[in-house]
Design a protein around this ligand. Structure first.
Ligand SMILES: [Zn+2]
Length: 110
């Protein structure tokens, strides 16, 4: 049976995740992170390539869903504004539509 992954079950795993994910911007090396958290560089590399990928997919999914939710709220707000503006415009124009007087047959403004 393979040994359980140390960083995965570490109480400070969120800090380890953060350090591993920030490597590109923080310029931290595996050696530094290894010194900080007490795992070998190969354990950290294995953890990053085998276990963070799944988490990143979840994170990506959550981000996509949140973005969709926000976009749909914005869309609804904009549609409501457009409906109000359209209703104002239509009612404004209806005031200028002439009506035919049934008795005289003449057109006049309402
Ligand atoms: Zn792991």
């Amino acid at each position: 049976m393979p040994r359980p992954c140390g960083p995965c079950s570490d109480p400070g795993r969120n800090e380890i995740y953060r350090s591993l994910l920030n490597m590109a911007v923080s310029n931290e090396s595996y050696r530094t992170i290894s010194n900080d958290f007490g795992y070998t560089e190969s354990a950290l590399k294995r953890h990053k390539s085998n276990h963070l990928v799944i988490d990143l997919d979840d994170v990506h999914l959550v981000m996509v869903e949140a973005k969709e939710r926000e976009l749909s709220k914005i869309r609804e707000r904009e549609l409501a504004k457009i409906e109000v503006e359209t209703a104002k415009t239509i009612s404004g124009r209806l005031e200028y539509v002439p009506r035919r007087d049934e008795a005289t047959g003449r057109l006049h403004k309402s």
